[in-house]
Design a protein around this ligand. Structure first.
Ligand SMILES: Cc1cc2nc3c(=O)[nH]c(=O)nc-3n(C[C@H](O)[C@H](O)[C@H](O)COP(=O)(O)OP(=O)(O)OC[C@H]3O[C@@H](n4cnc5c(N)ncnc54)[C@H](O)[C@@H]3O)c2cc1C
Length: 243
């Protein structure tokens, strides 16, 4: 069922990413980790739909925040990150997904692993963890290309002060900040072994990002001793769905 979401706020996260807050009529509520489909329809009737994870905490006001990273040659993301203005109406369908979710009653250690825009649903989990006062220990390993592409930078950097049960490790693949201890590079076995929960604690792992990233990170977590049934994945591959 498609619903209408009114754009009530816009916020630029980086030079190429924007958070769009929608107020969705008769929104049924969501769980951290879920996503929606957004459908754009042109005057001639042509329409394109893409999936976007929900970044915001579950709330009763029907507010849903999406963070979209612009792909230069993309069909939908340039429109959402450049053209949309407050007051516009977008069609949304959801919430979607029942497996890649974190619920406040989960008390076990949580390992989050994000690549690029894959941070979005994991941020919803971190925000929900804080808003419900959960003490479940969280660790986040977040891989980005370079410092300018870190989404939610200020909020993530403030985490150690605000929510001591969440620990953050950043990894840069192409360019590092000055004096950064690790050279640029993809997440590897050594980083997984040194920054993620020991597998003996049986953490539930959530891995999200581009398909190749997810497959590589999930394989490294498995090699590090985590059981595949404790690893939940969400792949941000092309949806390419035109409806
Ligand atoms: C469950 C789910 C949740 C998602 N959540 C988010 C989110 O929170 N934020 C977000 O920015 N995106 C998210 N995505 C990706 C999003 O759905 C679109 O694929 C993305 O915005 C590109 O759409 P586009 O129309 O701009 O590009 P397209 O016109 O579809 O593609 C343009 C080019 O980029 C390639 N491409 C498409 N998607 C990707 C991608 N994700 N990574 C690398 N190359 C790609 C295509 O193969 C093509 O060559 C999610 C995808 C899924 C499946």
């Amino acid at each position: 069922m498609w619903r209408v979401g009114a754009v009530v706020a816009l916020h630029d996260e980086t030079a190429t990413a924007r958070t769009i807050t929608l107020e969705v009529a008769e929104w049924p509520g969501h769980v951290a980790g879920q996503h929606v489909d957004v459908r754009l329809t042109a005057a001639d009737g042509y329409s394109a739909a893409r999936s976007y994870s929900i970044a915001s905490v579950p709330n009763s006001e029907g507010r849903v925040a999406l963070t979209v990273v612009r792909l230069p040659d993309g069909e939908v993301s340039p429109y959402l990150t450049r053209e949309v203005t407050v007051g516009d109406r977008l069609e949304v369908r959801g919430p979607i997904g029942g497996w890649f979710v974190w619920r406040p009653q989960q008390a076990e250690p949580i390992q989050l692993v994000a690549g690029g825009s894959g941070i979005v649903p994991l941020m919803a989990m971190i925000r929900t963890h804080a808003s419900c006062g959960s003490t479940a220990p969280f660790r986040l390993l977040y891989s980005v290309r370079e410092p300018g592409t870190v989404l939610y930078r200020n909020e993530l950097q403030a985490l150690p002060d605000q929510d001591r049960s969440v620990a953050l490790t950043l990894a840069y693949t192409r360019a590092i900040p000055k004096d950064w201890p690790r050279p640029p590079g993809r997440i590897d076995a050594a980083l997984i072994a040194s920054t993620t929960w020991p597998a003996t604690l049986r953490p539930t792992c959530y891995v999200c990002g581009p398909t190749a990233f997810v497959e590589s990170a999930a394989a490294l977590l498995t090699t590090n001793g985590n059981s595949p049934d404790k690893i939940r994945t969400e792949r941000f591959g092309p949806t390419g769905d035109r409806r």
